[in-house]
Design a protein around this ligand. Structure first.
Ligand code: FES
Ligand code: FE
Length: 362
């Protein structure tokens, strides 16, 4: 990759047709992270999510996780309206009462005549899989497995024990910026001294190492400064280290963008995840969640607001600058500008976007 690579033309951030193509080629073709296992851990638990304008029901049927299009097989109505909850019995369409088992089979269809074959009308299912407590969906009919998409990440992140972490806090942000600007911003810290004075006191923005860009993710590490133990308001760590981290991992923070919509930020004592939910060419909902070890959360004096407040402030700084980027790029004066050698990850993400313009298989 040339050091002279330039940012993408404005249409990638402003043209609704490019945006639609990205939804189709990336969000409808790849495994997309939609939540955590604990959101659907017991039989009948469900939540809705929206990918590329499609409403999907995620539910637990016995041991199996299931994903269905939220579309009745009678006349197409959305069968589920609540964002989350528990199905006490079959999933019943509010229009004419067709009802479906948690495995998607049509189990009730009032007023149909005798020759009607219920088995021909199950809910349309969606591929679903899990990795260490994260739930992923894939809307494509034929796709590589989640394991292939995640490549070496499960092994790389094993020491953080993601499966044993539980959600402490969730904050959703509506950001008036294209989803790719949020990815670009997450993957460089050259902006940290100016934009994030609190963060910059805890980690040196020039420290750490990036992995070589991978086909399905980019990321790297930063070193905690002397005196800082984690990313929190004062740099103090109020929780035990995650149990399987080695000495080096206890002194670092790891930031990975897993395409297309998950950021994982791995700290010595907790993990933060962002999921991106593109809503328009210049509009993205970002959901940020903070996870802690279940043993720590069980302690009577457990409190992690220091980590949440630190990142909530930092998040808002990032969303604010991403909105300014969106506005500037939308100007008739904008032309692509040069990346520095220290912006290799954003440059690699742009390359990935160009490579996949015609579909997730390139
Ligand atoms: Fe669902 Fe008629 S549209 S029962
Ligand atoms: Fe930032």
């Amino acid at each position: 990759m040339s050091d002279q690579q330039k940012t993408l033309p404005a249409r990638y951030y402003t043209d609704p047709a490019v945006f639609q193509q990205e939804l189709e080629n990336l969000f409808c073709q790849m495994w997309v992270c939609v939540g955590r296992t604990e959101q659907a851990s017991k039989h009948g638990d469900f939540f809705l999510c929206e990918i590329a304008g499609e409403s999907i029901i995620v539910t637990r049927d016995g041991d199996a996780l299931r994903g269905f299009y939220n579309v009745c097989r009678h006349r197409g109505t959305r069968v589920c309206r609540e964002q989350e909850g528990k199905f006490a019995g079959p999933i019943r369409c509010p229009y004419h009462g067709w009802s479906y088992g948690l495995d998607g089979r049509l189990v009730g269809a009032p007023h149909m005549d005798e020759g009607f074959q219920r088995e021909e009308y199950p809910l349309h299912s969606v591929q679903i899989d899990e990795w260490d407590g994260f739930i992923f969906l894939n809307l494509a009919h034929h796709s590589q497995s989640l394991a292939v998409q995640l490549a070496d990440l499960p092994k790389k992140f094993a020491p953080w024990g993601l499966r044993d972490l539980r959600r402490y806090k969730r904050i959703a942000y509506d950001v008036k910026a294209n989803w790719k600007l949020i990815v670009l911003n997450y993957n460089e810290c050259l902006h940290c001294p100016l934009l994030h004075p609190a963060l910059n006191r805890l980690t040196d923005y020039l420290s750490g190492n990036n992995d070589p860009p991978q086909p399905t993710y980019i990321g790297g590490s930063m070193e905690l400064r002397d005196g800082a133990e984690t990313m929190s308001l004062d740099g103090r760590r109020r929780r035990e280290y995650l149990p399987d981290l080695n000495e080096a991992q206890r002194r670092q923070v790891f930031y990975y963008a897993i395409y297309p919509n998950l950021f994982l930020s791995l700290h010595p004592d907790y993990v933060m995840a962002h999921t991106l939910w593109p809503e328009g060419v210049d509009k993205t909902r970002v959901v940020c969640e903070w996870y802690f070890h279940s043993n720590e959360m069980a302690k009577p004096d457990f409190n992690a607001d220091d980590a949440v407040e630190f990142w909530d402030t930092t998040n808002r700084e990032d969303w604010g600058i991403s909105e300014l980027a969106q506005q500037g790029i939308s100007s008739r004066a904008y032309v692509p500008g040069p990346y520095s050698p220290r912006e290799r990850l954003p440059a690699a993400f742009d390359q990935w976007i160009l490579k996949h313009e015609r579909g997730a298989d390139g």
